[in-house]
Ligand binder design. Structure first.
Ligand code: ADP
Ligand code: MG
Length: 292
């Protein structure tokens, strides 16, 4: 690119972001009565499907308040679609049914995220309280939610078995209420006073419950493999899920391993699958399993 063309490109880029930011200021002023608003991107690794931001400002009483904002536009939609498509193809070449929805617009993406956070919140599971979703301009949407003072799993020094037990209990509660997350991964689990489950994926309509449950469970088990031995994770998962459910989840472990945002090697996978598919010790009901 020539200097001039590059200059133009950068100017267009800046212009675009300025208009997006102005949209955020406007929403925060009109809908949240917030003044002196500042917006800061949340830096965190991993593949982003949005631009997550912290929005700070003063409310009508002059108190400093913080919100979590998520800006979703057409490039995020494209990335999300590509990832969903890839997972469906992976399932199909392995003779399994595709199950991931390909969202049509940034508006649908924002609405779905909002509805799911409302549903999860209603169940009393720690997540960010959703406040609304708003158009910024043409095809860019802003989701506003409660700001959580919490940290990613990678910064937790001592992952307690209480935390792990809680998060499997939350997943089970979601599943018992017909709510399926669709994108459990380390990046979407946040640790504070409690463990929060944030963000959501999107399953296609009409996917059988057992399959959605199996995929969520596989993702959640695998999310901890970088931090804990498979045996510890499985013994806690087994307090909440039956042997049959674990075996169904095992069928999705290859797909989960193909994800860029959940990491574990083949050796770990081998011992994990052995544990997930084992029938030993799984006879009888959950109440026979110790709560150590
Ligand atoms: N309510 C929140 N408060 C503070 N930080 C959050 C909140 N929700 C998410 N985050 C942080 O921002 C990151 C991106 O948010 P997320 O909803 O997962 O967006 P994406 O769809 O881009 O993955 C998360 O991985 C987490 O680190
Ligand atoms: Mg996320």
């Amino acid at each position: 690119m020539s200097d001039d063309a590059e200059g133009q490109h950068i100017r267009a880029h800046r212009e675009f972001f300025r208009s997006v930011l102005e949209g955020v200021y406007k929403v925060m002023a009109e809908r949240f009565r917030l003044s002196d608003v500042t917006i800061r991107p949340i830096g965190s690794g991993g593949s982003r499907l949005s631009i997550p931001v912290v929005i700070q400002g003063s409310n009508e009483k002059g108190q400093k308040v913080r919100y979590f904002g998520k800006i979703m536009g057409s490039s995020d939609l494209l990335t999300a679609r590509t990832i969903q498509f890839f997972k469906n193809v992976f399932l199909q070449v392995n003779s399994m049914d595709p199950m991931f929805e390909v969202t049509k617009s940034a508006e649908d993406m924002a609405r779905h995220q909002h509805e799911m956070l409302v549903a999860i919140n209603k169940l009393g599971i720690p997540t960010a309280k959703p406040y609304g979703f708003y158009p910024l301009n043409a095809d860019i949407w802003l989701l506003v939610a409660e700001y959580l003072d919490a940290h990613p799993i990678s910064s937790i020094e001592d992952l307690s078995s209480e935390n792990l037990d809680a998060v499997f209990g939350y997943l089970k509660r979601m599943h018992d209420n017909d709510i399926f997350h669709g994108d459990i991964k380390p990046d979407n689990l946040m640790f504070g006073d409690v463990v929060y489950i944030v963000d959501v994926g999107h399953f296609m309509k009409d996917v059988p419950t057992a399959q959605k449950k199996a995929y969520d469970l596989a993702c959640q088990i695998a999310s901890f493999l970088e931090y804990l031995p498979p045996g510890e994770i499985i013994s806690i998962a087994r307090r909440h899920y039956s042997g049959k459910e674990l075996r169904a989840a095992a069928d999705y472990i290859d797909l989960v391993q193909s994800r860029m945002d959940i990491n574990f090697d083949d050796e770990t996978k081998k011992s994990l699958l052995r544990l997930m598919r084992s029938k030993i010790g799984l006879r009888g009901s959950k109440k026979n399993l110790g709560r150590s």
